[in-house]
Design a protein around this ligand. Structure first.
Ligand code: ARG
Length: 467
């Protein structure tokens, strides 16, 4: 006799290979706590509505609590031949409490059950990711605060462009990460909706109290269309797209760390505990963590593509294709958590080489805009001032000089408006200090920015209910 839940309709055992192919327990077993939580709420709702007796509900809940404890302690192992985690737990319950266990699945289908479980699971994990991002933002604020005066070149086209500070550069990443946290908050809102009670696709004839069941699960809303409730995976895709953006940000940052710790830049040095050596070249100290993050970004994008493609042709409502959502979103989630856990302590431990940053800023005519602005403020039209400065830079390159090392006489050969005060004007510290507009790199503006980041972060944590 088949032990399948649906054996009544079938006269043959399921082919062994098909069973393996069909089974999702090897990856959906991580939903066990959510599945049990959902079932406990369901039993409570069924008994409140008089659909099952109070004492049956109590036995069911007790049995489920015991199953959860046994899974957690390692006493109960997942049966690899079970079809999925939902079937496994239900079968185990019936094994333990007998016939009463068979009442749990009243007015429920695995279709609404799995949709609920994945929502509950993601709600928990969204916060885990948000917390890890919050840690990174705090770390960046701490490091940035020490470097509001650390001059470095800002780049466009990876060509030295204008002087900025390390604090300003690092804070740009804090801003991206704050937006990622905000996006997580947004996804959370659309995930915290209960599909339970939608059953297979068309709801049920039982007098359910869906709102009560949702409240027991801390969900603020219920889905309003039973077909949509069981077949919506938008929130999974949305979450994975936020994960993709997080990886994109980490990957850009990683690329810069890789450049900065190269011998050509030497803006930073990674701590020995966060870099690796070469098996053959004794001088090497490789930024493996950041390279792996850059590499793993493609993998998370792949998960997102997988989900989008998996969903795009599915007729309403549930289709088995949707079982594929789990491996994709779990992989993206695990990857992001892994990356953040390696990246944050690496940032905390890295050393910033102020002198090398300053030296790189001094070498590339990054104060040329300021030189042109100097002439402009003396009354020369900016386009003209720009042209004169271009000629000066050209002269410097040909004669191996910098804007700082030219004499006043040399300056005056290009324009008589030049005076002794030009040297102070093009001094890098002055250039940075003078960029004193909101969002600019002047030290007090960046200090202000960092305070703003900390405030925004605190607000996001409260909204997400973390820390
Ligand atoms: N393991 C399935 C999944 O993850 C559960 C839902 C199964 N529903 C069904 N009608 N076969 O999608």
């Amino acid at each position: 006799m088949s032990d399948k839940m649906w054996a009544g309709r079938f006269s043959k055992e399921l082919n062994q290979r098909v069973n393996d192919f069909n089974s999702s327990i090897r990856f959906d077993n991580r939903l066990f706590a959510e599945d049990i939580k959902g079932s406990i709420a369901h039993a409570s709702m069924l008994s409140k509505q008089g659909i099952i007796s109070e004492s049956d509900a109590e036995s069911i809940k007790e049995g489920l609590h015991e199953i959860e404890a046994d899974i957690k302690s390692g006493e109960l192992l997942f049966d690899p031949t079970a079809e999925d985690i939902h079937m496994f737990i239900e079968a185990e319950l019936t094994k333990r409490i007998g016939y009463i266990g068979k009442r749990l699945h009243t007015a429920r289908s695995r279709n609404d059950q799995v949709a609920l479980d994945i929502r509950l699971y993601l709600l928990r994990e969204i916060n885990v990711v948000a917390e890890a991002i919050g840690d990174l933002i705090l770390t960046l604020c701490d490091v940035a605060e020490k470097h509001t005066e650390t001059i470095m070149p800002g780049y466009t086209h990876l060509q030295r462009a204008q002087p900025i500070t390390m604090a300003h550069h690092l804070s740009a990443y804090s801003q991206m990460l704050l937006r990622d946290m905000d996006r997580l908050l947004d996804v959370k809102r659309r995930t915290a909706v209960s599909p339970i009670g939608n059953c297979a696709l068309a709801g049920t004839t039982y007098p359910l109290d869906r709102v009560y069941e949702a409240e027991l699960l801390d969900l603020s809303e219920i889905t309003e269309n039973s077909l949509d409730g069981v077949s919506d995976r938008d929130f999974v895709i949305e979450f994975t797209s936020v994960l993709s953006l997080i990886m994109m940000h980490l990957s850009r940052f990683s690329e810069e760390i890789i450049l900065w710790c190269s011998y050509e830049f030497r803006f930073i040095e990674l701590d020995d505990a966060y870099a690796t050596g070469s098996s053959i070249m004794p001088q090497k100290k490789n930024p493996d963590i950041t390279e792996l993050i850059r590499g793993k970004t493609g993998r998370v994008y792949g998960d997102l593509m997988n989900l989008l493609t998996m969903m795009k042709g599915l007729p309403l409502a549930y289709n088995k294709d949707m079982q594929e959502d789990k491996e994709a979103v779990f992989d993206a989630l695990d990857t992001v958590k892994l990356c953040l856990r390696a990246f944050t302590p690496m940032i905390k431990a890295m050393k910033i080489n102020n002198e090398n940053c300053r030296a790189a800023a001094a070498g590339g005519f990054i104060n040329a805009t300021d030189c042109a602005d100097y002439l402009t403020k003396k009354g020369i039209a900016f386009r003209m001032a720009y042209k004169i400065t271009g000629e000066i830079v050209n002269y410097c390159i040909k004669n191996g000089k910098t804007l700082e090392s030219l004499t006043l006489k040399e300056y005056q050969r290009f324009d008589l408006e030049f005076d002794e005060d030009v040297f102070n004007y093009i001094n890098l510290e002055t250039c940075v200090r003078a960029r004193n507009v909101p969002g600019g790199p002047a030290p007090e503006r960046v200090a202000e920015q960092i305070t703003g980041i900390r405030v925004k972060l605190a607000k996001l944590c409260i909204a997400l209910k973390i820390q």
